[in-house]
Ligand binder design. Structure first.
Ligand code: SAM
Length: 208
């Protein structure tokens, strides 16, 4: 989907219960899999309205919440203001085209990788941005038949992934403790009115 699609969807994004539930599952899986702590500096890539990031932020020192959609970032900024959150900084940035200075103890990315054309390039950028000993966590759809997104959706670059292939990519990039787990089954009724189940994986690894 284009930035404009997400800009338009932003105001109503959190109203879909299945999205809220999935984000809670992803946050819980990251939290139970990785040793998060209050001194960690974290980057979330494709933060959207912050459903995952704001659930994890209380366990972290700081969270830089990156997205390309101004609309999504505006919703997140409103939440930060109204909930008086002091350790989350929204940032509009496209890492596939722009650079970022700084290094992070944790990078996580939820349901965003399938919108990225050059996945291997982005995963390499994540690895560059991690400190030695830092953790990466990626949650996304397992390979699906293309029915997950509505017909009008654009910017869908991948119909999910084989997580084992992504695990190999992370290993080749030098990460270790690379592991994959299935963390959620998303139930969604598609355009044809057929209810489908889409498994979601969490891929994790450690640098250095
Ligand atoms: C399906 S939403 C997931 C949002 C959030 N992670 C969640 O789980 O609720 C995908 C997000 O990725 C963002 N996105 C799409 N392409 C991107 C890119 N190239 N760089 C950064 N963010 C991008 C979109 O704006 C959107 O907020």
């Amino acid at each position: 989907m284009s930035g404009k699609h997400f800009d338009k969807a932003a105001a109503g994004w959190d109203q879909k219960q299945r999205r809220v539930e999935m984000a809670a599952k992803i946050a819980a899986a990251i939290s139970s899999t990785l040793p998060l702590h209050k001194k960690m500096t974290a980057l979330e890539y494709g933060c959207g309205t912050g459903l995952v990031g704001l659930a994890l932020a209380p366990q972290l020192a700081t969270l830089t919440a990156v997205d390309t959609s101004t609309g999504m970032l505006e919703v997140l900024t409103q939440k930060i203001k109204s909930e008086q959150i002091t350790n989350v900084t929204p940032l509009r940035l496209d890492l596939s085209q722009e650079s970022l200075t700084g290094r992070f103890d944790l990078i996580f990315c939820a349901m965003t990788l399938h919108h990225i054309k050059e996945v291997d390039h982005l995963l390499a950028r994540f690895c560059d941005l991690l400190v030695d000993g830092g953790y990466l966590a990626v949650a996304d759809l397992q390979t699906e038949d293309g029915s997950f997104h509505d017909a009008e959706a654009d910017g869908v670059m991948h119909h999910g992934f084989n997580p084992e292939d992504l695990a190999k990519t992370l290993t080749n990039l030098g990460l270790h403790q690379v592991a994959v787990q299935e963390i959620h089954s998303l139930i969604k009724t598609n355009d044809a009115g057929v209810e489908r189940t889409y498994p979601v994986f969490l891929l994790t690894g450690r640098k250095g």
